[in-house]
Design a protein around this ligand. Sequence first.
Ligand SMILES: [Zn+2]
Length: 87
Amino acid sequence: MISLSCHGQHSTKKGELCPACEELLTYAKARLDKCPYQKGKPTCARCPIHCYKPAMRERIREVMRYAGPHMLRRYPILAIRHVLRRH
Ligand SMILES: [Zn+2]
């Protein structure tokens, strides 16, 4: 998600991150390591702990705002394919 947002918003090459997004990703990973919910957790937005520092949360929100619609646009196709395969 971060790379998608970075590529679109900061015009970095695909698969590369600008220093700011690199820092954000490192921070997010470190937080996830310490998160007691780990992989079974709900999304961070619904996480009751709110482990992100306010400034970082704001940046994560920026990423979600950018990448979210892109993900949603891709998701229906997968959903439709899934239904077609089953019927
Ligand atoms: Zn970036």
